[in-house]
Design a protein around this ligand. Structure first.
Ligand SMILES: [Zn+2]
Length: 222
């Protein structure tokens, strides 16, 4: 009976141990899920800033091209003015031509300024993105390493738990055998008890079928 009680406690201990292991495993899996989500977001951000500054650069190039066209137009106006003035002297047509030349020159200067500014913005954004990408990249490496470690830990914990469950199963099987033995022993004991009687004279235990007590020679009545 002592052994039986002890083994019942062992079952509780097994159950407790396995539940602790299951909790640890669940925690690890939750952590893995969180870290994987975090990694995916980081990778997304890393990819999204890959083309930072490209839009600004495109605008800057457009302004630059437009500015050059304006400058070219302005030069054409100036040359026409010069040719007209040299050959024909002052004509009223010179006034709108001069205005066009000055307007185009003004526009070309504006475009040049705008394009220089946008090139600057593009470069700043690129540098910032590059810096951010460097940080993100090392972060991604760290996260990947941590995730791999976590996966290894989870694998180990699963193995350990399987071993523990195996032990528990073996223990339960033994328990069954032990119980059968207990039952057998108890029934043997009660059978033995049925096969004996107590001598009324000396109080010793003798076989039930005995007619004379083997200790005090007391005669049992039939
Ligand atoms: Zn006796």
């Amino acid at each position: 009976m002592q052994e039986f009680i002890r083994t019942v406690d062992t079952i509780e201990a097994f159950k407790f141990k396995i539940s602790v292991m299951e909790n640890e495993l669940k925690n690890c899996n939750d952590k893995l899920e969180d870290k994987t989500k975090y990694l995916n977001n980081t990778v997304k951000e890393y990819e999204s800033i890959k083309y930072s500054g490209n839009n600004e650069e495109l605008s800057a190039k457009t302004y630059k091209l437009f500015g050059r066209l304006c400058l070219f137009g302005s030069v054409v106006c100036f040359l026409s003015l010069w040719v007209v003035y040299r050959n024909m002297g002052f004509l009223p047509e010179i006034i709108p031509l001069t205005a066009a030349m000055l307007g185009l020159l003004f526009l070309s200067i504006k475009c040049k300024k705008k394009s220089t500014y946008l090139f600057g913005v593009a470069q700043t954004e690129r540098l910032e993105a590059e810096e951010r990408r460097r940080k993100l990249s090392s972060h991604i490496q760290k996260l990947t390493r941590e995730i791999n470690e976590l996966k290894a830990t989870i694998f180990q914990k699963e193995q350990d738990m399987n071993v523990e469950k195996e032990k528990y199963f073996t223990h339960m099987t033994n328990q069954q055998e032990l119980l059968e033995k207990e039952v057998h022993a108890i029934s043997n004991y009660s059978n033995e008890a049925k096969d004996t009687k107590e001598c009324p004279q000396c109080a010793e235990t003798v076989k039930a079928k005995a007619k004379i007590c083997r200790f005090c020679n007391y005669k049992f009545e039939e």
